[in-house]
Design a protein around this ligand. Structure first.
Ligand code: PMV
Length: 324
């Protein structure tokens, strides 16, 4: 099955629904505590393992989409960008899946309050907000489960960006991916905090898409990853249900390190960490030895995301004054 067939399956008769003048939506960014790494289907972004994330509240992307009679225009953070740029090409390719007629074009205006492609999952909130804005524009009134499947076709982690709080993306087993969608874990844990330690907000040296492909194809360590990740997701679920912060922090940190180990084991090796990343990891481990409850997770980039409970926030900010 290709992307267009997957979209047609979800939209069925809905392509001719009445259209509003514009559709607009916000979606939060999300940080995986149990990572998605490796695909069983690269066309449909079907993962080898389930994953579990936490959303970032008001940090994310707002997208506004209007119909344009003659061409696609892409505005990113207030600037009209050339349709030949990688960002515009990827966006237009995605929008093309949803044109009611071949001559329907879009004005796509997207604003993100997080650095693009810095391992801070801006593509997740970007594609999720695009799908929500299209649902608003075309009045499809799809279920969140269906919207999660559509968002996944843009970027895997986007399937998890339709909710606040904790979200689990079920890997699924079907070849058409109709059982590979996310859903929220309905539990409030307001004391749990996540802080961003940003060292770099420039583009990554290698996209997560390429990095995943190379890891799956060449890392021997990767063979153990899917099973381990499923187990970590399960442990994290238990930690969340029991509000066991130590178990959550330890499991998330070890899961991130295990993912980065599979990348280092790739040929050629993939290393997203910089000296600053390594120094910050050491500092966190030192702080823990001193009794400060702080853990980290790291995605496809050098930045770290710190996990801690609200009552230790001021202490952690003393050690990491740049924490966002
Ligand atoms: O959705 P993608 O293709 O940008 O991949 C995201 C990969 C990680 O951020 C490293 C892990 C995750 O689950 O978000």
């Amino acid at each position: 099955m290709n992307k267009q067939q997957a979209v047609d399956r979800i939209l069925e008769q809905k392509k001719n629904n009445p259209t509003k003048k514009s559709g607009k939506a916000f979606a939060p960014s999300n940080i995986a505590l149990c990572k998605y790494w490796g695909k069983r289907d690269t066309e449909l972004n079907l993962p080898n393992n389930s994953s579990l994330s936490i959303s970032l509240g008001d940090k994310g992307t707002t997208t506004d989409i209007k119909i344009n009679a003659s061409q696609d225009t892409i505005i990113l953070n207030g600037k009209l960008i050339d349709n030949k740029t990688a960002f515009a090409k990827r966006t237009i390719e995605f929008l093309s899946l949803f044109r009611p007629t071949p001559t329907t074009f879009f004005d796509f205006n997207t604003v993100s309050n997080i650095p693009i492609a810095a391992g801070l999952a801006s593509s997740a909130s970007g594609f999720a907000s695009a799908v929500l804005a299209l649902d608003d524009l075309f009045q499809w009134q799809l279920s969140k489960q269906e919207l999660s499947i559509l968002a996944r076709l843009g970027s895997g982690s986007a399937s998890r960006s339709l909710w606040q709080g904790f979200v689990q993306w079920h890997a699924g087993a079907q070849a058409d991916g109709m059982d590979s969608f996310a859903e929220p874990i309905k539990i409030d844990w307001p004391e749990l905090s996540i802080g961003l330690l940003i060292f770099e907000s420039s583009q990554k040296p290698i996209s997560s898409r390429e990095a995943m492909k190379n890891t799956v194809n060449t890392s021997k360590l990767y063979q153990q990853w899917p099973k381990r990740a499923e187990k970590d997701c399960h442990t994290l679920q238990q930690a969340i249900l029991n509000k066991d912060f130590k178990l959550l922090g330890e499991t998330a940190e070890q899961n991130a390190l295990a993912m980065h180990d599979t990348m280092l084991d790739t040929s050629p090796p993939i290393d997203y960490s910089t000296e600053q990343t390594l120094a910050a990891r050491e500092k966190i481990w030192d702080l823990r030895k001193q009794g400060v409850d702080v853990y980290f997770t790291q995605d496809a980039g050098p930045n770290l995301k710190l996990l801690f409970l609200q009552d230790s926030e001021s202490e952690i900010k003393q050690h990491f004054p740049r924490l966002l």
